[in-house]
Design a protein around this ligand. Structure first.
Ligand SMILES: *Cc1c(COP(=O)(O)O)cnc(C)c1O
Length: 377
């Protein structure tokens, strides 16, 4: 059976992870080494030379990531932002232009606005649900459309296949931040994207114990450019971090199904609750139905009343931990206006003060429902 014929769960557990040829160890060993002995000058055993350029634990993760996203090449980085910085400088040059989402992840916006703009990369931020606005923002110098779907924290959905069409007609590439959906729920390369990016810190790692990033591409020339910059810029994932993410990936499918089961129950409860004025979850979106298998573990809602009520809810939960980040097995609650999205207060990206964001974990659903019910009062 070739890996093309294997199912997602099989690939998550086996792709890149054959038993260790030296010992038979079933689990990919943690190769904590910076360098490798050579048999005579230039006589590399198995091609390994120096661990920034390549490490067997990281390589196993990279093979698995590529298989899960349906791409040809995967790359593991020290963080999601390191992956973004590397791919942007691999495919763009100073003077180029990029179209980014109006509500991009805050760190992504900061990278474009405060770092890459000084390097000479221009950007336009638009609401990418409006495809005419995206077409209008694309110009001669546009090299890349960068997309995030679902978005954070309002769970907006953009049409990946439509954006790929717009990008390709303009001679540009489409990059998709697939952190919220994961490849189990959404595969951007199948929909025409050229680059998939992840914060592995979130669902791929899945246990809130590692910071990491990933890129997957499906084109040999693009892979070569990314590989060169991966090594030349050096923001690679360490061996132990790679090992932790590889362990997380093995259970990605079962975790995501439980995240979705629990989120669906919570959404149903919140939609009926008098203390909640609106619920954001993509299960009612036509584009989401077309491009996603299910709708994920992220939910946000507006508390009836004002910001004080929303802050009070965030302070009262006992099973949901008040914290930033997302995608781990444990449920988290946060107040975007004052926490993750504090830096965009006063700008067009500002989020409502009565908004609460949940990263729904995989605890017993009855405990999660009871905790939210008591916090909403
Ligand atoms: C967390 C996150 C990032 C940044 O990843 P780091 O691993 O924190 O560098 C980028 N995009 C999204 C959607 C994220 O949630």
């Amino acid at each position: 059976m070739t890996s093309d014929e294997q199912g997602f769960e099989t690939l998550a557990i086996h792709a890149g992870q054959e038993p260790d040829p030296a010992t038979g160890a079933v689990i990919t060993p943690l190769y904590l080494t910076s360098t490798y002995a050579q048999d005579g000058v230039g006589g590399l055993r198995g091609g390994w030379e120096y661990s920034r350029s390549g490490n067997p634990t990281r390589a196993a993760l990279e093979t698995c990531l590529a298989a899960l996203e349906g791409g040809s090449h995967g790359f593991a980085f020290a963080s999601g932002l390191a992956a973004e910085d590397t791919v942007l400088r691999a495919v763009c040059k100073p003077g180029d232009h990029v179209v980014i989402p109006g509500d991009a992840y805050g760190g992504t916006f900061r990278l474009f606005d405060k770092v890459l703009q000084h390097w000479g990369l221009d950007y336009t931020a638009v609401d990418q649900r409006d495809l005419d606005a995206v077409r209008a923002a694309v110009g001669d110098k546009t090299r890349l459309i960068w997309c995030e779907t679902p978005t954070n924290p309002l769970l907006g959905i953009t049409d990946i296949a439509a954006l790929a069409g717009i990008a390709h007609r303009a001679g540009a590439l489409l990059g998709v931040d697939n952190t919220f959906a994961t490849p189990y729920l959404q595969r951007p390369i199948d929909l025409g994207a050229d680059i998939v990016m992840h914060s592995m810190t979130k669902y791929l790692g899945g246990h809130s114990d590692v910071i990491g990033g990933a890129l997957v591409v499906n084109d040999a020339a693009l892979a070569e450019q990314v590989a060169f910059h991966h090594n030349a810029m050096g923001a690679v994932a360490g061996a132990f971090d790679s090992w932790l993410v590889l362990r997380g990936l093995k259970t990605l499918a079962v975790r995501m199904d439980r995240h979705c089961d629990n989120a669906e129950r919570i959404v149903a409860m919140l939609r009926e609750h008098a203390g909640v004025s609106s619920v954001h979850y993509p299960d009612t979106d036509e584009v989401a139905a077309k491009q996603m298998r299910r709708f994920g573990g992220m939910v946000s809602f507006r508390v009836a009343g004002d910001e004080e009520h929303a802050l009070a809810v965030c302070g009262k939960t006992k099973v949901f931990t008040l914290a930033e980040s997302l995608g781990g097995v444990e449920s988290l609650i946060e107040h975007p206006h004052k926490m993750t999205h504090g830096s965009v207060a006063g700008t067009a990206l500002e989020v409502p003060g009565d908004l609460v964001r949940l990263s729904v974990g995989i605890e017993s659903i009855d405990d999660l429902l009871a905790d939210l019910a008591q916090a909403l009062g």
